[in-house]
Design a protein around this ligand. Structure first.
Ligand SMILES: Nc1nc2c(ncn2[C@@H]2O[C@H](COP(=O)(O)OP(=O)(O)OP(=O)(O)O)[C@@H](O)[C@H]2O)c(=O)[nH]1
Ligand SMILES: [Mg+2]
Length: 327
């Protein structure tokens, strides 16, 4: 397709989907933009049509860790290994503002010329339903497109990253020597969701110390203590991403974890938990949207509770009545 056609606006959804299903990368790109920025209705319409195709074997790998530990360099190495036999989609999620002047998270991910690799940056902080929601839909779009692997990179700094990582089947927690308190920060929730720990930059001093630190944290984690019976214990691997060292072992660990998930039927269990959460969140969104249609009525109820004309229980029942009228 010539470039001038690419920028031509106004593709209908069905044109885009036709292109998408026949493997056209520009259609993929446009559909990703729609699920990232579109209205609830637009997104719903697309996901509905893709849903049956997301039931694939795509292996979704989350890569997270403090800024600068080498996540993108590792992603590049993983791509190099995987692209020989697999289609690889990459989503670089940047929860900070793209307008901050800083470099985009994904900028160090090499733009592969291979048809097997597709890289996408996501940086829409104010996206409807939040960044985690946009990311989960983007992952689905990539699954439906037929990628064998979907790699998702995000900086491990806060709750939104933990949320993003919930959509991965396998989570790599990346750290490096010389980092003081990143592991403490991980306690906030990332430690629990790490399936594989990577000490990157192991060419630097203190790598073994870092491994030791991680070992004691993993053993001290109640989540892992409960899992003594053949459950997955996160391995700790040393890598030097810039020299391509340790990548084979990392790929092996990823495959082992996948096997574990499949054998234990944990993929389905993970999916169940995610869908449950998603449905409840989506419901919340519907409630919010409908209440927004009646701001004055809601205001009256709130004020009545504030003024003790109503108790909070009766107040919430009144809100429910409002909602019923709108639904
Ligand atoms: N010495 C050494 N340097 C590395 C290694 N891996 C990556 N680097 C360097 O560390 C710097 C940061 O690497 P990135 O891959 O951009 O790190 P990142 O975690 O993706 O960074 P953000 O996305 O900004 O959080 C770059 O200059 C890399 O060349 C390694 O194994 N050893
Ligand atoms: Mg990066």
């Amino acid at each position: 397709m010539p470039d001038n056609q690419e920028i031509k606006a106004g593709f209908s959804e069905s044109e885009l989907l036709d292109g998408f299903f026949s493997g056209d990368r520009r259609s993929l790109s446009k559909i990703l933009t729609k699920v990232e920025n579109g209205s609830r209705e637009e997104r719903k319409s697309i996901i509905k049509k893709l849903w049956n195709r997301t039931e694939t074997r795509s292996n979704v790998i989350g890569i997270t860790g403090a800024p600068g530990v080498g996540k993108s360099t590792l992603v590049n190495e993983l791509i190099s290994f995987l692209e020989k036999e697999n289609k690889v989609g990459v989503i670089a999620v940047d929860p900070s503002s793209p307008k901050s002047g800083g470099a985009l998270l994904g900028d160090r991910i090499r733009m592969s010329s291979s048809d097997n690799v597709f890289v996408r940056s996501m940086a829409t902080r104010g996206a409807m339903g939040g960044l985690a929601k946009s990311t989960s839909d983007a992952i689905r779009v990539m699954q439906a497109y037929g990628f064998d692997y979907v790699l998702v990179e995000t900086v491990g700094a806060g709750q939104s990253e933990v949320d993003v990582m919930k959509f991965a089947d396998t989570v790599l927690l990346v750290t490096m020597p010389e980092l003081g308190d990143d592991i403490q920060a991980l306690k906030a929730g990332l430690l629990e969701i790490g399936d594989i720990f990577v000490v990157n930059k192991s060419d630097k001093e203190g790598a073994d110390k870092k491994v030791f630190e991680l070992e004691s944290m993993i053993q001290g984690n109640p989540h892992n203590k409960q899992n003594k019976n053949q459950e997955w214990v996160p391995p700790i691997l040393k890598t030097v991403a810039t020299r391509s060292e340790g990548i084979k072992d990392l790929i092996e660990a990823i495959k082992d974890h996948r096997e574990h998930l499949v054998n234990k039927d944990e993929l389905r269990e993970k999916k169940y938990k995610r869908i449950r959460e998603e449905l409840l969140e989506s419901l919340n969104e519907i409630i919010q949207k409908n209440l927004d249609k009646r701001p004055q009525d809601l205001d009256i109820i709130i004020k009545k509770v504030v003024d003790h004309e109503l108790d909070p229980y009766t107040g919430s029942e009144k809100v429910l009545e409002l909602l019923k009228e709108e639904l």
